[in-house]
Design a protein around this ligand. Structure first.
Ligand SMILES: Cc1ncc(COP(=O)(O)O)c(C=O)c1O
Length: 407
């Protein structure tokens, strides 16, 4: 029998859903630049750029140490490109495993004082690979409700039962062990060191204590904290003195290290098998030579140049203090990341537009990127900001707050 195709195909529900999301974005962002579609004409340095022809101070990158423009890192990338080319063109288990990858893993393992490390192509992939390799159907993952999307996606991928606990609330974590209905010996707990929207730190000691009491594994994602917190820049677990009780640490090279890539370290010899269980390690191309070389140079600087962190912290403290003086509602203490709570989306967008039109770029976060229905202006501070740039930005925040309060 001949099949006939109808003249008019029925509307496709998948496309309709996307179209409706597109309409919502257009409606919310009408009347000004679209926060999801900023065009950076040209980067002028780690914290300066041209946006629509206007010189703009960047307070919305994750370049906490400014290393993406450091001469050592740029030169290392250029030299590696000359010698080894632009890409690895294969997964590590195929033909993409270079000596430089192994050396980078050694550097990370040494930084953390751990026997071994695994490097991934992004931090997102590190979470996908590590979490889905550790947990599976029949297991449980308890995660802080403010965790990053990559952690939520990794949990879904694992097939384990996923239960969130209230942000930074060890008592609620305790309660969820029982509520999950899964033996705690089959449970993985996931938190971050420094949370990426509010800029607040995990309170790790009671979380560690709860995991130990229940015999659960603890994974800490130090994506935003590595390079910034702790005596050796290893992150919040180091700062709070609980490193030995954290089973797995995940991190990224896309923030303070200034390139791209992810990693994980653990004391457990099982890590050797994890490498071959992590599909986001096995089935994707490895980091390109220039990226590996720049990451390695950046890790040397993090280890040997404490002045970088000193400048970051001076800037972070002054910026936090200045914003508080203006009367803005800050989510956390001084640090490389900060969040200003806005009363609603309209006010947040107006604040964000005005800052941008005055030459200051910050991020605006709305649900589902923000927890619990909040609108947040998220900023980040860098060692690369000069004290003058910090004062200029504070002046513009002050003017904007005054103008919008009067409107
Ligand atoms: C906590 C956390 N983990 C992982 C990632 C993913 O890192 P990457 O950008 O290297 O993929 C991010 C990114 O912002 C993050 O905030």
């Amino acid at each position: 029998m001949r099949m006939t195709t109808p003249d008019i195909a029925p509307p496709n529900a998948l496309l309709q859903r996307l179209a409706s999301l597109g309409n919502t974005i257009t409606r919310v962002t009408s009347g000004g630049p679209n926060p999801l579609g900023i065009h950076v004409d040209k980067l002028l340095g780690p914290v300066e750029s041209l946006i629509d022809g206007r010189h703009t101070l960047m307070f919305g990158t994750n370049s906490y140490l400014g290393l993406n423009f450091h001469p050592d890192c740029k030169n290392a990338a250029i030299e590696a490109t000359r010698q080894f080319g632009t890409g690895s063109t294969a997964s590590r288990v195929a033909s993409g495993n270079h000596l430089a990858h192994e050396n980078l893993e050694r550097q990370i393992a040494d930084l953390y004082g751990r026997p071994d490390a695994v490097v991934f192509s992004t931090g997102f992939m590190a979470n996908l690979g590590v979490i889905s390799a550790l947990a599976r159907e029949g297991d449980a993952i308890l995660l802080d409700s403010h965790c990053h999307a990559s952690i939520f996606d990794a949990c879904k991928l694992s097939g384990a039962k996923v239960v969130t606990f209230r942000h930074n609330d060890a008592a609620d974590l305790d309660a969820q062990f029982a509520a999950s209905g899964v033996p705690s010996s089959r449970t993985l707990v996931v938190v971050e060191g420094l949370y990426s929207v509010w800029g607040d730190l995990a309170d790790l000691p009671p979380i560690v204590e709860s995991c130990k009491r229940h015999g659960a594994l603890l994974l800490v994602d130090e994506a935003h904290a590595m390079g910034v917190y702790g005596a050796n820049a290893r992150g919040v677990a180091e700062l709070q003195g609980v490193e030995d009780d954290v089973d797995v640490i995940v991190g990224t090279f896309s923030k303070s290290v200034g390139v791209i890539g992810g990693f994980c370290v653990t004391n457990n010899p099982a890590l050797k098998a994890l490498r071959f269980m992590a599909r986001s390690y096995l089935y994707t191309a490895s980091l390109p030579p220039p990226v590996v070389a720049a990451a390695s140079a950046a890790l040397n600087l993090i280890k040997n140049d404490p002045g970088l962190r000193e400048r970051l912290w001076n800037n972070a403290r002054r910026f936090n203090e200045g914003l508080r003086e203006i009367g803005l509602d800050l989510c956390a203490e001084a640090g490389p990341i900060g969040g200003v709570r806005m009363r609603d989306t309209r006010h947040g967008l107006a604040f964000w537009h005005t800052l941008l039109n005055s030459g200051i770029y910050v991020n605006i976060m709305v649900p589902p990127s923000t927890p619990e229905g909040q609108v947040i202006l998220r900023f980040s501070v860098s060692a690369a900001h000069t004290p003058d740039q910090i004062e200029t930005a504070l002046g513009i925040f002050r003017q904007t707050a005054g103008m919008l309060a009067a409107a």
